[in-house]
Write a new protein. Structure first.
Length: 150
C-alpha cells in the first residue's frame, strides 16, 4: 500500500479535478484549478488572488502563509503588476497521507488595461495576507460637473 503522494500523483489529482469540473461546470461555477492556482507553465505556482474595485482604487488580496513580507517581491512595469516569492516547504521526510498544499516558487502577473497611479501603489502584509491598493489615475476617476446658472 502506498502512503506517500509524489508530484505525479498531484498532477493526476489536478487533472482529474479539472475534468470533473469541466463535466459538471454547466450546473454551477466550478473551481478551476488552472485559473485559480496550479502552474504557470514555468514551474511556478500561479498565486490565486481576489481583486475588487472601489471608487478610487483596485484592491488585490493573496494568502501567503509562512512567507515573510521581505521575501515577497512586488513590481509594476509597463502596466503589469507582478508578485513573486516562495512558499516554504515542510520537511520532505514526512510520510504524507495526502499532500495538497503548494510549496515552492510562486508568481502572479496582472495587466491593467486602465491608467493607474503606479507611484501611489501601497502594499500591506498582516497575518499572512498580502493586500495591495492600486489607485486609479485621475483621468479615469468620475468627474463631477457643476451646472452654471445663467
Amino acid at each position: 500500500m502506498r502512503t506517500r503522494l509524489d508530484s505525479n500523483d498531484l498532477r493526476a489529482y489536478a487533472a482529474a479535478a479539472n475534468a470533473f469540473n469541466r463535466g459538471f461546470g454547466r450546473f454551477g461555477h466550478p473551481y478551476d484549478y488552472a485559473s485559480n492556482g496550479g502552474s504557470n507553465g514555468e514551474g511556478k505556482y500561479r498565486l490565486p488572488v481576489d481583486i475588487w474595485t472601489s471608487d478610487n482604487a483596485y484592491h488585490i488580496s493573496a494568502y501567503l502563509p509562512g512567507v515573510a513580507a521581505e521575501d515577497v517581491e512586488i513590481t509594476f512595469e509597463n502596466d503589469i503588476l507582478t508578485i513573486r516569492g516562495e512558499l516554504p516547504s515542510v520537511e520532505e521526510e514526512q510520510e504524507f497521507v495526502r499532500r495538497e498544499l503548494f510549496h515552492g516558487a510562486f508568481e502572479r502577473t496582472l495587466t491593467f488595461n486602465v491608467p493607474v497611479n503606479s507611484d501611489a501603489i501601497e502594499a500591506t502584509f498582516q497575518n499572512g495576507v498580502l493586500t495591495l491598493s492600486v489607485p486609479k489615475a485621475d483621468e479615469v476617476l468620475p468627474k463631477q460637473i457643476k451646472i452654471q446658472v445663467a
